[in-house]
Design a protein around this ligand. Structure first.
Ligand code: NCD
Ligand code: ZN
Ligand code: ZN
Length: 411
């Protein structure tokens, strides 16, 4: 298979070459004769990797499942997604992990990994699972998983292999509860900052790597980075939406943890651009009925890339910034050795985008089961045109073309 006339970053420069694909891998760059897929006018990005998605399977499959969620991923330009443990049951036991593995192997249409979850008791299970990652919720969000006392947090921080990513939902439960008692609404930023301080101090004390999921303020990021082995993930909604700008429009769809922040805070977050290690969509689908009852979380897989491409078109971001944080660095952090780059020997996961294409966001066009998006009606410039997954043309113009089969890659 040959991808013709592809424009892409090769060794720090933009190249315009054909990409030869054999056995699902990239085998050569050059100019080749013969039939192929034409990429003229499109820009080729490495298949994106989303380290933070909630595919809701098992147990919550009315919101999403491994099939619909991975289809949404492919259409959004993601060829690998890492699934969070707050399903039903939570992925906090070996049995639950086994069950999720079986479901994913049957239903996933792109590659995936499964994050194991921490509880206040499951130290032996974490060890036995030999999981490559561990997710720990310091504050309550969607689901049952919560580890909110210092002793248990410390035990997981010390017990889980120190060089492996330990991912955190960093909002401090005691602070969240106290704020509520004091009548201070909206999970104020101080809950995030206190959690970040606790976590980075404990991480430094036991000398371990720690990955802060969806940090929402410049100050939290700065505090996290006071420990050299901290990694920081930011989610698109905190960069592109704010409470003052979007609160009224979103109405009952407004809730997400951590919440949208003020416009001033959002602007400051853009000042932290170079402290951000990864972008995680935090794709957290809920049905409109559940949203109206207060469920927290936004779908994100099908809008993330375009939001960043649009920002690129507005001169706010360079393409390499996006590629690094949405592909290359997630691959490095999560040890996905054959992913994250357009390079010889890498998996032929390639997202072809039309950088200039303007489109209007509409949940009607999306694969996610949840049927809504916080970006409804927004006009964005930059759109996924085609997606190659392991060398197979899986997506074109928002339609899933092939029956691809995902593999577990986070092992
Ligand atoms: C997430 C969910 O619904 O699973 N919700 C959210 O508001 N972000 C959970 C989480 O990531 O905290
Ligand atoms: Zn979270
Ligand atoms: Zn999440």
């Amino acid at each position: 298979m040959i991808l013709k006339n592809a424009k892409f970053y090769l060794g720090g420069h933009i190249a315009e070459k054909d990409i030869k694909i054999e056995g699902g891998k990239i085998s050569a760059f050059g100019h080749f004769s013969g039939e192929g897929i034409d990429a003229k006018g499109l820009f080729a990005l490495p298949g994106l990797i989303d380290p933070h998605v909630h595919l809701r399977d098992p147990g919550l499959t009315h919101k999403e499942d491994f099939c619909s969620g991975t289809r949404a991923a492919l259409c959004g330009g993601f060829t690998t997604v890492l699934d969070m443990p707050n399903t039903k049951p939570s992925t906090t036991t070996l049995a639950a992990l086994k069950e999720k593995r079986k479901i994913a192997a049957q239903k996933a249409v792109c590659d995936y990994g499964i994050h194991f979850g921490a509880t206040k008791e499951n130290f032996a299970e974490v060890k036995a699972a030999k999981s490559p990652t561990l997710k720990l919720y310091m504050g309550k969000s969607t689901g049952e998983v919560l580890v909110d006392d210092i002793a248990s947090i410390w035990k997981h921080f010390d017990g889980f292999p120190h060089e492996k990513p330990l991912l955190l939902h960093a909002e401090d439960e005691e602070t969240l509860n106290s704020l509520e008692k004091l009548g201070i609404k909206g999970r104020a930023t101080i809950a995030e900052k206190i959690a970040v301080e606790k976590a980075r101090l404990i991480a430094a004390q036991v000398n371990r790597l720690v990955y802060f999921a969806h940090l929402s303020t410049a100050e939290s990021i700065h505090m996290a980075k006071l420990w050299e082995k901290s990694l920081v993930e930011v989610s698109p909604h905190h960069l592109f939406l704010s409470s003052d700008k979007d609160g009224k429009r979103l109405k009952e769809f407004y809730r997400v943890n951590p919440p949208l922040r003020s416009e001033a805070e959002r602007r400051r977050l853009w000042g932290s651009l170079y402290e951000i290690d990864t972008i995680g969509s935090d794709h957290a689908p809920h049905t409109p009925e559940e949203k109206k009852k207060g469920a927290a979380g936004f779908p994100g897989l099908e809008t993330s890339l375009s939001l960043f491409l649009d920002a690129h078109n507005k001169g706010l971001l360079a393409l390499p910034w996006i590629i690094f944080r949405m592909a290359e660095n997630p691959a490095r952090i999560f040890n996905l050795h054959s992913k994250g780059r357009i390079g010889i020997g890498y998996d032929a996961d390639i997202t072809l985008v039309d950088l200039k294409k303007e489109w209007k966001v509409s949940a009607d066009d999306f694969q996610s089961k949840c049927g809504w998006t916080p970006y409804e009606g927004m006009k964005l410039r930059g759109k996924v045109k085609k997606v190659l997954f392991r060398g197979v043309l899986a997506v074109e113009d928002g339609a899933v073309l092939a029956e691809t089969k995902g593999r577990e890659v986070l092992l």
